[in-house]
Write a protein that binds this ligand. Sequence first.
Ligand code: NAD
Ligand code: IPM
Ligand code: MN
Length: 343
Amino acid sequence: MVHRIAVIPGDGIGKEVTAEAVKILEALGGVVLHHLPWGADHYLATGETIPPNGYDTLRSFDAILVGALGDPRVPDNRHARDILLGTRFELDLYVNYRPVRLLDDRLCPLKGRTRADVNFLVIRENTEGLYVGVGGRFKAGTPDEVAVQEEINTYKGVHRIIRHAFEFARAHGIGSVCMTDKSNAMTHGHALWQRVFHELQADYPDVQGTHLYIDALAMLLVQNPGQFQVIVTNNLFGDIITDIGGALQGGLGMAASGNLHPGRTSMFEPVHGSAPPLAGKDVANPVGAILSVALMLETLGRTDEAQRIERAVEAAVHAQETTRDIGGILGTRAAGDAILRRL
Ligand code: NAD
Ligand code: IPM
Ligand code: MN
């Protein structure tokens, strides 16, 4: 079986980590890669963020691999909005699947915590919330400026993401799902999350549903992450806590993610961004990008290859054949090679 994969390296270190992820894919074979040049350079050169038929182009592939988007030369982040958020919205990739798994005790920033304490999944709503861009600025740039940005929560959107979390837990024999919101302050939007969570809990008596306010959850992620198995939350909170998740794994460079619509073309990317200060220096950690390839193959049903990648990454990390951010002495390319060799 050959899968057709669209590759969007994007900006900054996105290009460098994607090159390493591509090496892994090419070594495994069974893929045809199609590189798309979309990113800040393309936008600044052509004025185009994504071509008019861009989302249809993406839909025609089996999966999409993205590096990162974001460039200081595009201060309003317009291209990233169209390419990254646009794809999440237009392809209706409503599940942002972000595992948080510590690969080596040595990398945990928390005193006395081990791999047993850091092994959970964040399921982030990925198509609504504060990200939809509903709002505007009135009298912009004056002392009277008014800025409005609305958070959109729909029954359909909240229901399908919480249901996905319960279904995932049931399918994997996981005993609990924690829904986190800010319903004590967001008394309209997050009351909907409360309603739907309680409705769905009744359908999953085999999975314990628990709730925490997001501020308390942030505290507990640092104090005692071992209590979490599956966390489900809205778009913005999911964004924030998965950077904490990155830190718990040893740094942002370690964290992988999938943007999924079960059964449809999905998009895979490391959790980190384009890290402009690191770009072009051969220092970026490619592990998050490479583990995103593993998530891609797992989603495409190629479980054995996904596990081989995970084992190769773990072995390279244990041998400290890594970039400096996680204690090694290698550059991006050599760290990618260390994983490739083990694969
Ligand atoms: P960032 O994730 O790019 O980097 C923050 C810091 O984390 C870096 O300075 C670095 O210290 C560390 N880091 C991140 N990735 C690393 C890696 N692979 N190896 C080693 N260290 C790594 O976040 P930022 O600086 O807030 O954002 C930079 C740009 O990236 C912005 O334009 C932002 O909008 C964009 N961004 C894009 C994505 C994406 O495309 N998915 C995600 C986050 C941020
Ligand atoms: C992420 C990123 C994006 C997000 C940015 C680049 C818009 O931080 O994928 O985590 O907030 O979703
Ligand atoms: Mn983020």
